[in-house]
Design a protein around this ligand. Structure first.
Ligand SMILES: *Cc1c(COP(=O)(O)O)cnc(C)c1O
Length: 426
């Protein structure tokens, strides 16, 4: 404990001075819960409710099919332009639609075809398993002689960045990595990996799902060629919101999508029998865009753009660093292990801690005994409690509350009230 000020007092002062504090009131009221899962499903922006009501009742209910020309055909492009600003790309380098997994499938196929003659695909074991499945599926269906090599992290926290740099060579077709790892929040030096890949003739696809909206991204400046990412985490786009993909302008004509379908056709409403792809980023479209869930993304993007990524990053580091201090004093002595990078420049906006009773501790946080507020983290097997500190709406006092509550749950052994059977979604 700081000699002069308690953690609570420090948190209160930081919250008072927080230039982003007014953003909290722009979200649906969640004062009955301490929500530390904005990196799995972001909060509902108030403007999103209003937007959806308008899209459903006016555009769909009243305008019906006319709304395609009046509104819906333009929506994806407008949203893609806003995502482009968040990732440091040009407006015509981002497609929005489908899921992250499907987008990875579409461009990984194109890249592997482009890279004919090279048969090694590299990733690391901090990457999101769905990315492995997509790559394994591509090998199974099309690229039978390719090899997916998953380099191992030494400690499950830090990526094998040096080994990755060494492994990228003239045999490497594709490197597929999460920029920020979903469990530990390890953040790669993207420019460094891109530079090595470029010199070896390898291509890199970055998965930005845990990075976008929480850390400043400058894909063009970092020499990024391909990326995919998700919009329902820090972008607050809503459950199952459409994902995005990025292909640098000069590469768009060089790779083809794995899925040929009418919305990627140069002239979909000519109903030609022969496929002719569009030439721009929208060649990666497949079927009809999901208008309702697409519309739900935009107000969240507007909030992030209004706040600014540099301010968000500053606050995010302030939140995670405060938690690290509280952790050292309150949780480490109780047997918890820090499972995220210690260096700020290698850390995203969530933090993982480990405890053998992690799952039951999570359950005790979510269902407190007395009238304390539920705290919602998520659990990642086998023993990780993951706390997402979304800088747009989380407060420093919530960080301290979480640390104190976790300590109290372990000290009082209240987690013993819960059984250790895993729920379907953790
Ligand atoms: C959340 C997440 C995804 C999500 O994939 P979907 O196919 O959109 O469900 C993909 N990759 C990473 C790294 C993620 O964190």
């Amino acid at each position: 404990m700081n000699n002069l000020l308690s953690h609570k007092q420090i948190a209160a002062a930081l919250d008072h001075a927080d230039p982003l504090k007014h953003f909290r009131s722009r979200f649906f009221n969640t004062s009955d819960v301490i929500y530390l899962d904005g990196n799995s499903l972001g909060l509902l922006p108030l403007a999103t409710s209003a937007r959806l009501r308008q899209v459903v009742e006016y555009q769909w209910g009243n305008r019906l099919i006319r709304a395609w020309n009046e509104h819906w055909l333009q929506t994806p492009k407008r949203i893609a332009e806003k995502i482009a600003r968040l990732i440091g790309a040009q407006a015509d380098e981002v497609f929005v639609g489908d899921s992250t997994s499907i987008n990875l499938f579409k461009i990984a196929y194109g890249v592997l075809k482009l890279q004919e003659g090279r048969t090694v695909i590299l990733s690391d074991d901090l990457n999101f398993p769905s990315d492995f499945y997509v790559l394994q599926g591509l090998i199974n269906s099309y690229f039978h002689h390719h090899d997916l090599k998953i380099l191992a992290s030494q400690d499950g926290v830090n990526a094998p960045e040096e080994e990755m740099l060494q492994a990228i060579d003239g045999t490497t077709a594709l490197v597929c990595l999460s920029h920020v790892a979903f469990k530990s929040a390890y953040m790669y030096d993207m420019a460094n990996i891109n530079a090595k890949a470029r010199s070896a003739g390898a291509k890199v696809i970055w998965d930005l799902s845990h990075a976008v909206g929480s850390v400043p991204l400058t894909l063009n400046d970092w020499g990024a060629e391909f990326a995919v990412g998700c919009t329902y985490k820090y972008l607050n786009g809503g459950p199952g919101a459409p994902a995005f993909l990025y292909v640098r302008k000069d590469l768009q004509s060089q790779i083809e999508s794995a899925i040929w379908a009418w919305f990627g056709h140069a002239s979909p409403f000519s109903f030609e029998q022969q496929y002719r792809p569009r030439k721009d980023i929208w060649k990666f479209s497949a079927g009809t865009p999901p208008v309702l869930s697409m519309a739900a993304i935009e107000p969240g993007l507007d909030l992030l753009l209004e706040a600014g990524l540099d301010s968000l990053r500053k606050k995010s580091l302030s939140l995670t660093t405060l938690f690290r201090q509280a952790f050292a004093e309150q949780l480490k002595p109780l047997g918890f292990e820090w499972a995220s990078p210690t260096a700020e420049n290698q850390r995203g906006s969530h933090v993982s801690i480990r405890h053998p009773e992690g799952y039951r501790i999570c359950k005790a946080m979510i269902s407190p005994e007395n009238d304390a507020l539920p705290i919602i983290p998520d659990f990642r097997s086998p023993d990780i409690i993951r706390l997402g500190f979304a800088p747009l709406f989380n407060k420093h006092c919530e960080v301290i509350e979480a640390s104190e509550r976790i300590a109290q749950i372990v000290e009082s052994e209240t987690y013993l009230r819960f059984d250790a059977t895993l729920d379907a979604v953790t």
